[in-house]
Design a protein around this ligand. Sequence first.
Ligand code: ADP
Ligand code: ZN
Ligand code: ZN
Length: 816
Amino acid sequence: MYFIEVILPLSLAKTFTYRVSEAEFHFIKKGMRVVVPFGKSKMYTALVLDIHQNEPNLYEAKEIDQILDERPIATEIQIKHWLWIANYYMCSIGDVYRGAFPSGLLLESETVISNKPETIVNDSELSDDEFLVYEALHHQSSLKVQDIISILNKKNIFPVLQKMIAKDIIVLEEEIKETYKPKLIRYVKLHSKYESDNGLAALLEELKSANKQKEIVLAFFQLKASEKKPITVKKLTEFSNVSPAIVKALVEKEIFEEYFLQHDRVSFSGEKTEKELQLSSAQEKAFLEIKDCFSTKEVCLLHGVTSSGKTEIYIKLIEEYLVTGRQVLYLLPEIALTTQLVSRLRLHFGDKVAVFHSKYSNNERVEAWKQTLENSPKAQIIIGARSALFLPFSDLGLLIVDEEHEQTFKQTDPAPRYHARDAAIVLANFHKAQVLLGSATPSLETYYNAQAGKYGLVELSERYNNVRMPEVVLVDLKDKHFRKRMTGHFSDLLIEEIAEALSLGEQVILFQNRRGYSPIIECLTCGHVPHCQQCDVSLTFHKNKNQLRCHYCGYSIAKPTNCHSCSSIDLTTKGFGTEQIEQELGSIFPNAKTARMDQDTTRGKFGFEKIIDTFKNREVDILVGTQMLAKGLDFDNVSLVGIMNADNMLHHPDFRAFERSYQMMTQVAGRAGRSEKQGKVVIQTYNPNHNTIQQVTNHNYTGMYKEQLYDRQIYKYPPYFRIIKLTLKHRDYEKLKEGSMWLYQVLNQNLGMPVLGPEEPAISRIRNEYIRSILIKIPHDKHLGNTKKTIQKMLNSFEAVAQYRAIKVITNVDFY
Ligand code: ADP
Ligand code: ZN
Ligand code: ZN
């Protein structure tokens, strides 16, 4: 008898045994997909983990339905890595499998299919089955896989659908189709016929009698001499103070030639694509140190201040690995950053760069998957957010984790709750590859590992092009309020600085880590504050939509005109978000163009890119935003950054609050003064003497590191202790309270290490579920694997208690 062991894309910890024929037994290999029946009537795409002859003794093995692949589409290393993730992060292998595969490769009976109207289909090229599906989708816009099974009257329809997906005839439902063409900018240059030596004389002769035109041509030469950059029509008309019509006339006269570029491509120093990248001597030194470090260590941390040119060092390093034919994975904290980076990398590596991210369509993701598997030259460099880690690399040589300190590398929901940086290091180990971690503000954990000699450490402490670090100025809000020097949320100093930057044609970034107009609306008569019905939070006021909205569940109501409790009409707002800042800007600087970048303005596939583009193109003078601004963006004309209020970050109830505040402020500050002139940063705060604020002001990473490390040791937190957080949820407050106490006591009695809780978190109810959390702190001298086994046992017994079974428990290892 012949069997295979498979993983199902379900949250099940076990693998399952299915029966195969002898012929199938010899054909099937690990890493191929098979379609299997499961439960009463469900079909799933399962992945083969093993092929064996051991009959299961607990159940009778069912037969498989269909083999989907001719060759494995997952690699052995990949599967080994998934098993590691499941084990380390205490989740089921099914969760990892489901999270790893693009859904286009994971059809199941519930999947919803619809047709793709843009594709022109030639009936004669369809098989009978394909035609039936195609027809059916004309009568009904979408169908479930189950429906199609009954339409075709057969079970194994996955191959049919797979072919139709490949032919671009159908798509899976969750895909949103949106396309975005980066805006092209109009440039002018001198017509080529005037490029020769005596061309200039001929030109001036030609313009003898056209004064306005001569003026603009002379302005053009002036600009060219001072800027050494391509010249936009906009710039030229502003500089020479003549109308665009005259430029147009000159183009018609064939004196100027116009051309269009995507802005990203030129903003990269404005040099030609073919030109070899020249590292500065500090960069070169760091580059050599990294290579040296890799001769003895697998992981190296590049600690380079903001705008030190880390990206260029990565590029140099990638060049070296490409020669060996091995693959390179470049992980970014945020998919929204890929556009900027991809254009920078394509300048050097052309079509060797592939992008993989969750907002891409299924076809695009499936294609990247296949290219990676085949080690195609088109996917030698893969850029992506954390999920790119799950691609089927055949021979990975180098992994780069840029902005390694970013919290977004840790997945919170759903499982697997993995940390991409740490999982990358494990993956590299399986591939015998190297890992470069880069950051201006490394996480405490990483810097600690580097200090301990576990990772190599390379420091780069100057900015590229000898630009000085931005000057940080603190504004004491208490004093400013006392002396009535505030206009709304702007201090007089910040207003002055903005005015100056604007007058010089420079751009400004304002940071406020809260979206909406204000987080609280309060009744002045009775003090009532509207709260969400389902969550334990106040509703945020969004003025544009005149709504109160819950940021946890999406619940919203129209803004009340009077208090729901006492009917008074005296309502006031407390606290402020980006929307309010943008509005205040409108009255303080009525002539400045402003834009806002936060979750409300960046929805949709390219929402983020659109805002970045307009800002880069200098169509916007002041950009207001949340922490999205802190993520490694490179703008060359920003001279001023304002942090509207540093305090709410500092007061977050979290052991990482000071570390995060330091990182966030330093990163936002790092957007200032990146190209030539020293930038300025204004931080408004009620706590100018706070250690963390002082450390930001003095660019003192080491000071922050030492202080925080000391606290972590005293209070038993990472990197000294590993943390597992258990979150318990239930609709019944009393039951949850009782159950979490039960679990806490069992853990506390059996683990022999600090167990904290069960705590009611600051937001103790979301979507009508009450929440309690338990924190387990595992010292380094305890065996991690065994501790997890014990915890798992306790969790299993918790589940076995009938009255607690309905309580959800979420396990988060290395909670961030
Ligand atoms: P970081 O990632 O360290 O913050 P970047 O890599 O974004 O810094 O570099 C900052 C700016 O300096 C970018 O605009 C980049 O194009 C430019 N730059 C850095 N190194 C070089 C170099 N060797 N040649 C030309 N431009 C460079
Ligand atoms: Zn009231
Ligand atoms: Zn809510």
